[in-house]
Ligand binder design. Sequence first.
Ligand SMILES: Cc1cc2nc3c(=O)[nH]c(=O)nc-3n(C[C@H](O)[C@H](O)[C@H](O)COP(=O)(O)OP(=O)(O)OC[C@H]3O[C@@H](n4cnc5c(N)ncnc54)[C@H](O)[C@@H]3O)c2cc1C
Length: 397
Amino acid sequence: MTDLLIVGGGAAGLAAAACAQQLGDTVMVLERMDRVGKKLLATGNGRCNIMNLRKPVYPSGGDFARQVLRAMPPASQIRFWRSIGLFLREEAEGRVYPCTGQAATVLDVLRLAVPESCIRTGQTVSGLEYRQGAWHVYTEEGDHAARRVLLAGGGAAQKALGSDGSCVRLLRDRGYPASPLRPALTQLKTALEPIRGLDGIRVRAGVRVLAGGRCIHQEHGEVLFTSYGLSGVCILQCSAYADCPGSEISLHLYEGLGLSESELTEELLMRAEKQPEHLLSGMLPLRVAQAVLRQAMPEKKRIDRHCVRDIVQVMGDFRIPVKGLQGLDHAQVTRGGIDPSCFDPDTMQSRTEPGLYAAGEMLDVDGDCGGFNLMFATAGGLLAAKCGRKAPWEENT
Ligand SMILES: Cc1cc2nc3c(=O)[nH]c(=O)nc-3n(C[C@H](O)[C@H](O)[C@H](O)COP(=O)(O)OP(=O)(O)OC[C@H]3O[C@@H](n4cnc5c(N)ncnc54)[C@H](O)[C@@H]3O)c2cc1C
């Protein structure tokens, strides 16, 4: 009988398989796709932002995530990665990447650490039960028995890369509470008139999410205007907050100029002689400037003191009504899933069913951009594999 059977050959499942292998366990990974690690290859724009060394940010399931990361902190994860041959480097904002800058390197070291004979692809697990002293998982091929089972099937974001929510359903059918799977870290669909003509343009801006006119979240960074709305890292981070009717995005477009409101007003008054289309030259991309003028002075043709006041106001609060989120097929992460409190954050073992473990995105935990999601998935996989034992790469404390 297999010691550890892992459902899902993604970040959590492969890290678990490598660690269990190091501990001398027999391991089997069942993966529904034709190859493991498809999503891993797509992460960080193909560079795999594998973890983050700054304060953990998990808008959902934060308490559980922090407990898991206390049990398997980034320093221990780095030692694990080194033990299987992966060198990492830290970049801006605590983001950690493989030193090759390629996600493929991460998958390579994982595949080298887990013998091919332990991985079965094209195997969708559709059933799970405990009987006669063992866990049994069912695929079309039949029944696989194991002492312990780790469910690591991910959430439901970007189904084409593998995870389709089926592992969440497996646990929900066993009575584990689950909240609906929704997109997180995704682009925003917005009203199109305010951003007409801006498709493909990037700006650096302060971004506020407004609900009923009140700011409920803010970010700073790059915003990408698209044909359907807004994208860019800080928009993805705002997406979970903008998922309510009537919400708006407000862009602060002169933040990067280093001017106060009165200095900007003074600057524009000095330029007031210019044709409107040249008023904001050198400050904003031309088409963004045109969009600001459309919002600030829809009728007027000439610049006067009142116009300048309106333009400054719009530059500091460029409003774009949100129409909705791009769906799960575009999201980087799933919000919702199995209630993590059903699992022990030190081992990822079910609190009610010994021998059953879960890790990664199928739990109702999601982190910000920056490596937090892979870090949580890896941590859970390693803890489940260790199952309270000391791994060879752990410090002697
Ligand atoms: C485009 C993109 C970029 C991202 N970039 C980053 C990043 O740079 N940093 C970061 O921290 N996070 C990033 N993420 C999020 C991160 O990839 C996920 O949170 C993480 O991969 C989750 O790991 P997991 O092991 O839980 O699930 P997954 O990696 O999704 O793996 C689950 C695996 O289980 C398999 N599976 C599912 N159900 C079954 C079943 N019933 N039977 C058998 N197999 C099954 C799936 O095919 C899949 O291979 C990104 C996500 C996307 C989509």
